[in-house]
Design a protein around this ligand. Structure first.
Ligand code: FES
Length: 183
């Protein structure tokens, strides 16, 4: 009589780390899932940072070189006006026929000269250079006159000074358009 033979049992011994969950209770599959997400999110974060840097490049935002200096009627003929010396390093000089703007930067080494009304001259406190009211140098080590700046009348009737455009007397530029505002 045939007897049922028992099937032989095959036992496979798995490595211990595949059988027991890692410390903390996370099994291998969940850990790989988690690590994958960390990788994806990390890559997205880096890409986002790069994009933000593209939107906001590292540049210096300097103040505009153009400023309005009020209506011409605010100025007195024959007076060197110092109201913009502190904020803009600019003097505005009114004559009978018009205006010019002088850059308050000594042409020797860049100090800020002072206007000495009693002596009718600009005097640099650093090494003693002197400039006439016109801006022309006459004493001390300054090698050339002060620079004049573009001065025009804006549409709203105010004086407008553009410090990005300068005129140099030794180059014959004081007669150029914009170097003098005639009124
Ligand atoms: S910087 Fe003005 S005289 Fe030297």
């Amino acid at each position: 009589m045939a007897t049922l033979r028992e099937k032989p049992r095959i036992r496979i011994q798995l490595p211990q780390e595949m059988v027991t969950p890692p410390p903390g209770g996370m099994d291998r599959r969940r850990f790989m899932n988690w690590a994958g997400w960390v990788g994806v999110l990390g890559s997205l974060g880096v890409a986002l940072l790069g994009f933000l840097r593209f939107l906001f490049p590292r540049v210096l935002f300097e103040p505009t070189p153009v400023f309005k200096a009020g209506p011409p009627a605010d100025y007195i003929a024959g007076v060197v006006d110092e109201r913009f010396k502190g904020s803009q390093r600019v003097w505005i000089v009114r004559e009978e026929g018009g205006f010019y703007a002088l850059l308050a930067v000594c042409t020797h080494l860049g100090c800020t000269p002072n206007w000495l009304a009693q002596e009718n001259k600009f005097k640099c406190p650093c090494h003693g250079s002197g400039f006439y009211r016109s801006g022309v140098n006459f004493e001390g080590p300054a090698p050339r006159p002060l620079e004049r700046l573009k001065i025009v009348l804006a549409e709203d009737g105010q004086i407008l000074v553009d410090k990005s455009v300068s005129f140099r007397q030794e180059r014959g530029q004081w007669g150029n358009p914009g170097a003098y505002l005639r009124l």
